[in-house]
Design a protein around this ligand. Structure first.
Ligand SMILES: [Zn+2]
Length: 97
């Protein structure tokens, strides 16, 4: 059952669980009984339990607006080498510098 959020003029927001599609635009405030209007809010998205996944998403999202400035390639621990193309009979016939 979804949670709908209402805003009272005198008090803070409060939530009500109501069947989908049956929430009215007004509800009585549980503190003062005054009519409170329904407000739209972001749905709750579960972010717990997937720390590495959410960190990767946050990092990718951040890189769109605040890319990290680096002065060199990140160290991978692997030695970089230029790939060597094996000399086939066809390549041996090409001019060399
Ligand atoms: Zn109230």
């Amino acid at each position: 059952m979804p949670i709908y959020e209402y805003q009272c003029h005198e008090h803070d927001r409060f939530e009500l669980r109501q069947p989908m599609g049956s929430a009215s635009e007004q509800a009585a405030c549980p503190h003062c009984g005054a009519s409170a209007r329904r407000v739209l809010s972001a749905p709750r998205i579960v972010t717990r339990g997937h720390g590495a996944w959410m960190a990767a998403i946050d990092r990718a999202d951040k890189s769109r607006y605040e890319p990290e400035v680096v002065s060199s390639l990140p160290a991978t621990g692997l030695r970089r080498s230029t790939p060597v193309i094996p000399l086939t009979p066809q390549l041996r016939g090409l001019p060399r510098p």
